[in-house]
Design a protein around this ligand. Structure first.
Ligand code: CQA
Length: 292
């Protein structure tokens, strides 16, 4: 039977709405902020050694909340040193939010911001064409590798822009997360699209080993409260389910057997933990720090 399931990424305003709900119901941002607070200072401890300015490249900077926290740590480590922060971000709405975020934040006077409204692949071909091989002191790619066509080539390209004492930081879902489990088991039965790849840190580590790059991995524990997904007719629950399956209106468009199986899977210990009558989906992230 032909399925009428459609990718959530094909309906942008719906995607944004369920992403907002996901952020409200998960510790996604908190766990990154904790990592930035506790681990980043050490990771960036030599990126500015002897430099008069620090060049940072944010690949897929989104609306900037996480970027600004990273920048505050760089400022704290290198007080008074000028920072040049360039952002690659294809969405004009995200760039607008980022700019508003910058306007609202104090103490950013020593930082110069530049936005490139393009994908990482467009950035690569544009800079190659112009033979503009700018080197960077810190490059980060946070929750974005799902959306590139060729992960290995993307990592290799941005890695080639690093000099001595610098770092490339990748954050994405952990191979031990409920996402990785769900994708492995049900990926092929969920709406196929070439916009999003089901990749986790396990796949990235494999790629890095193949290329022969040196890296360190940090596990960032995170959960998403999906209790509402099990309440029939609950609107928030349905939207969270759309985000989990990356499907538009999953509840009503998925074949019944698939829906039943996924609802059962979501409760299993491989995906979630039950606590105080609530169901917490494993949203663990991995931070991978790559050496030059
Ligand atoms: C677009 C693409 C991705 C977006 C977006 C818009 C996104 C968030 C907000 N708007 Cl066109 N991506 C995103 C960020 C974090 C995150 C997830 C998606 O955790 C969910 N994933 C599952 C782990 C990624 C597939």
């Amino acid at each position: 039977m032909a399925s009428s399931m459609r990718s959530l990424l094909s309906d942008h305003s719906r995607y944004v709405e369920s992403f907002r709900l996901f952020l409200e119901n998960s510790t996604e941002h908190q766990c990154m902020l904790e990592f930035i607070e506790m681990k980043l200072p050490d990771i960036i401890s030599s990126i500015g050694k002897g430099k008069s300015a620090i060049n940072i490249l944010s690949v897929g900077g989104g609306s900037g909340e996480i970027d600004l926290q990273i920048l505050s740590k760089v400022q704290a480590k290198y007080p008074g040193v000028a920072i040049n922060n360039e952002v690659i971000e294809p969405s004009s709405e995200q760039i607008l939010s980022y700019k508003e975020c910058v306007t609202k934040t104090a103490n950013l006077e020593d930082i110069k911001f530049t936005w490139h409204k393009e994908t990482s692949a467009e950035y690569e071909s544009r800079t190659k064409e112009k033979k503009e091989f700018k080197k960077w002191d810190f490059i980060h790619m946070i929750q974005m590798l799902y959306y590139v066509k060729d992960i290995r080539a993307t990592i290799q390209y941005f890695h080639s822009l690093l000099e001595a004492n610098t770092k490339l930081l990748i954050i994405l879902v952990s191979g031990t997360s409920g996402w990785a489990r769900l994708w492995k088991k049900y990926g092929p039965r969920l709406p196929l699209n070439d916009l999003c790849l089901y990749v986790s840190s396990a796949d990235i580590k494999e790629q890095l080993d193949t290329i022969g790059l040196k890296y360190q991995v940090y596990e960032l524990p995170s959960t998403m409260d999906i209790t509402d997904c099990f309440i029939t007719g609950n609107k928030d629950g349905e939207q969270l389910l759309d985000f989990l399956t990356e499907c538009c209106n999953f509840s009503e468009t998925a074949p019944l057997d698939l829906k039943k199986e996924i609802m059962e899977e979501l409760r299993k210990p491989e995906c979630s933990e039950e606590k105080d009558g609530r169901v917490f989906f494993n949203n663990n992230l991995s931070a991978i720090v790559i050496e030059p």
